[in-house]
Write a protein that binds this ligand. Structure first.
Ligand code: AHG
Ligand code: MN
Ligand code: MN
Length: 361
């Protein structure tokens, strides 16, 4: 029997020790906190929260895999969310899944999502739930109806104070306040990537076990990569500095474009292979499209942990303090060299504009 037949008849298994997600999170959080034992209450809490997030991921993955076979799973609801965007049925479903997995958990008092104008409170959790979950339930919704990859993004923050007026003012702080962040990518397999501030680790869902199994620990992004990932259809409405960068990659050997319409998918490629993702400000959306608390800050947390960088073009994303819950920021994220290259075009234009006004091309 030849090699190819052997591959067909025997399922190859990878030599891994089947570390489960909750145990891994517990160990990592204990290291980050320099706690003395696995019984550290905060480490236990973060591990339990991650377990619930993983459950949400499994439920969403299951629904996505069957959505085309179900009535009323795909398409729009006819409503518009607080962002002014048309809501898909899958956005609503996934938003509800995150809420329901945290009910009666005693872990999370409040959830804030890009699909909800105000945070959602789970009052029975509040006496002991000391955390807030921030999330983008479905990232890349435009891919849902065409069976392409989408994701969920999450971030965990400590709840500070009682939040008596329900306005969640304590969430208007920089990204360094995140205790953990990550995403779930629903692709050919379902992958969960997370960090609690001690490296970035990925897990793959084994559907036969219903468990996320460790795939890669301490992922490090290359210092440079060939990929630039940006919606070039917005060229006409970018600032001149972003056009300068875009012209540069068009005119030099060694660059290739990849853009999937789902930030999580594009981010995952760049995390593993290097390069840069950009969503700059546009004429229509000067602050860009992506939301700080649910998208750019969690991914910036992961990127810095992987040895890369995340910038608005003018400051590090993690230093940016939002003025409102649904604050948007421009995003330039990826390999250190590639982010610096984009920033250098922004700085050059700023210097030139100080000395001579530039005509718009
Ligand atoms: P969401 O589906 O959560 O609204 O996010 C969509 C985001 C992001 O995933 C993607 O990179 C970007 O929007 C695509 O936007 P354009 O179609 O404007 O390129
Ligand atoms: Mn999104
Ligand atoms: Mn979304």
């Amino acid at each position: 029997m030849g090699n190819s037949e052997q591959t067909l008849t025997h399922e190859l298994t990878l030599d891994r020790d089947c570390t489960t997600l909750s145990r891994h999170v517990l160990q990592q959080t204990v290291k980050t906190l320099h706690a003395s034992s696995l019984l550290s209450p905060e480490a236990q809490d973060i591990s339990a929260i991650m377990n619930r997030i993983a459950l949400a991921g499994k439920l969403i993955a299951k629904r996505l895999s069957r959505a085309g076979l179900m009535a009323d799973a795909l398409g729009f609801t006819g409503e518009t969310n607080v962002q002014g965007e048309s809501v898909k049925r899958m956005d609503l479903y996934a938003n509800e899944v995150f809420i329901s997995v945290f009910k009666q958990s005693g872990l999370v008092c409040r959830l804030a999502s890009e699909e909800m104008e105000d945070p959602y409170y789970i009052p029975e959790n509040c006496p002991i739930g000391r955390y807030t979950l921030l999330y983008d339930p479905i990232d890349g919704s435009s891919n849902v109806d065409i069976n392409l990859n989408v994701g969920s993004i999450f971030s965990i923050r400590q709840q500070e104070g009682e939040d008596l007026d329900g306005k969640a003012q304590d969430l208007l702080q920089d990204g360094h306040k995140q205790l953990a962040a990550g995403y779930i990518l629903y692709g050919p397999s379902t992958v969960l990537v997370y960090s609690v501030g001690n490296g970035v680790h990925s897990f793959i869902l084994d559907p036969s076990l219903g468990e996320f199994i460790l795939a890669e620990e301490n992922i490090k992004i290359p210092e440079h990569g060939p990929v630039y990932s940006v919606n070039e259809g917005n060229f006409w409405q970018w600032e001149e500095s972003i056009r300068d960068y875009n012209r540069y990659v068009h005119r030099h050997e060694g660059y290739t474009a990849r853009y999937s319409g789902a930030l999580v998918g594009d981010f995952h490629r760049i995390l593993l292979q290097g390069g840069v993702f950009l969503y700059p400000g546009t004429v229509k959306k000067p602050e860009g499209k992506l939301r700080l608390l649910y998208e750019t800050a969690p991914l910036a947390f992961l990127m810095e942990q992987a040895g890369g960088r995340a910038s608005t073009g003018r400051e590090d994303i993690l230093d940016f303090v939002p003025q409102k819950l649904h604050q948007r920021t421009p995003l330039i994220i990826g390999s250190t060299e590639d982010v610096s290259l984009v920033e250098s075009f922004i700085q050059d234009r700023a210097k030139r504009e100080e000395t001579e006004p530039i005509a718009v091309q």
